[in-house]
Design a protein around this ligand. Structure first.
Ligand SMILES: Nc1ccn([C@@H]2O[C@H](COP(=O)(O)OP(=O)(O)OP(=O)(O)O)[C@@H](O)[C@H]2O)c(=O)n1
Ligand SMILES: C[C@](O)(CO)[C@H](O)COP(=O)(O)O
Length: 231
């Protein structure tokens, strides 16, 4: 039995992107919902779920000044380490991992633009990763799905065999640091795929459906609605 309570814990919050699908002059991670930048909500959920988690925030180096100004304007005082982002999500995660020693412990990797993750999911992810090496938050599908071929013909798929993958994706530090030593590949759409590339099986946990990745403008309306429900 491994008890995660006594292990060193980190969370790498990746926000090194520029939000091309959202558009606009300010990257989506700094847009306000409920009067506060998205990223501050995300950092708060982790801090409030367990204040012993060491928070590492990855943003583009060119945004450091902006972030300091936002922290000052919003009197944001949650302790975190700022790390520069990379040219892709993979590179941003890799930069975050370089700031963690190769030690026994756990690291949750989480998209900065998923501020609605539930504390219960964060706790479960650390618990399962301590026992099994990894814990990937996923949710079941509610709609029917079809696979569309290049000829535009579509085929019914049995949705019970599929899951939507979210973050946090939590790992034992030694394993995920080893996994990220590999060359970047287009197949690496998340951290689970990098881990799996080592021949290791990932463990799935149940995420929360409202833990959306804020991606396009209509997501901001839903995010404002959700903040209203959970101020
Ligand atoms: N070079 C990058 C690219 C993405 N991300 C982060 O990875 C998460 C998921 O990526 P996505 O939603 O695609 O964000 P963007 O890359 O900013 O958006 P887009 O693809 O629309 O440009 C986001 O928190 C994003 O900031 C990152 O840390 N570094
Ligand atoms: C990591 C992720 O959020 C899991 O669903 C997703 O793969 C990120 O994809 P994106 O294309 O970088 O937004």
């Amino acid at each position: 039995m491994v008890f995660e309570k006594f292990m060193k814990k980190y969370a790498i919050i990746v926000a090194g992107g520029s939000g091309t699908r959202m558009g606009g002059s300010i990257s989506k991670q700094y847009l306000e919902i409920g009067g506060k930048p998205v990223l501050m909500h995300t950092l708060e959920v982790f801090f409030n779920s367990d204040s012993s988690i060491n928070l590492i925030l990855v943003i583009p180096e060119s945004d450091f000044e902006l972030w300091y100004k936002l922290c000052s304007a919003h009197e944001f005082s949650i302790p975190h380490q700022l790390v520069k982002g990379g040219s892709s999500r993979f590179q941003s995660v890799k930069n975050g991992l370089l700031h963690i020693l190769d030690e026994d412990g756990l690291v949750a990797i989480h998209d900065g633009v998923r501020p609605f993750v539930k504390p219960e999911v964060i706790h479960e992810s650390f618990k399962v990763a301590a026992q099994e090496g990894s814990a990937i938050a996923v949710v079941s599908l509610k709609d029917s799905i079809r696979r569309v071929g290049e000829d535009s013909k579509s085929v019914f798929q049995e949705r019970q065999f599929f899951r939507l993958v979210q973050t946090p994706q939590t790992f034992q530090i030694r394993k995920i640091k080893k996994a990220f030593k590999t060359e970047e590949s287009p197949k690496f759409t998340d951290d689970a795929t990098v881990y799996e590339h080592q021949g290791w099986q990932v463990s799935l946990i149940t995420g929360n459906p409202e833990n959306i990745k804020i991606t396009t403008p209509e997501d901001m309306n839903y995010a404002e609605f959700l903040i209203g429900k959970n101020p």
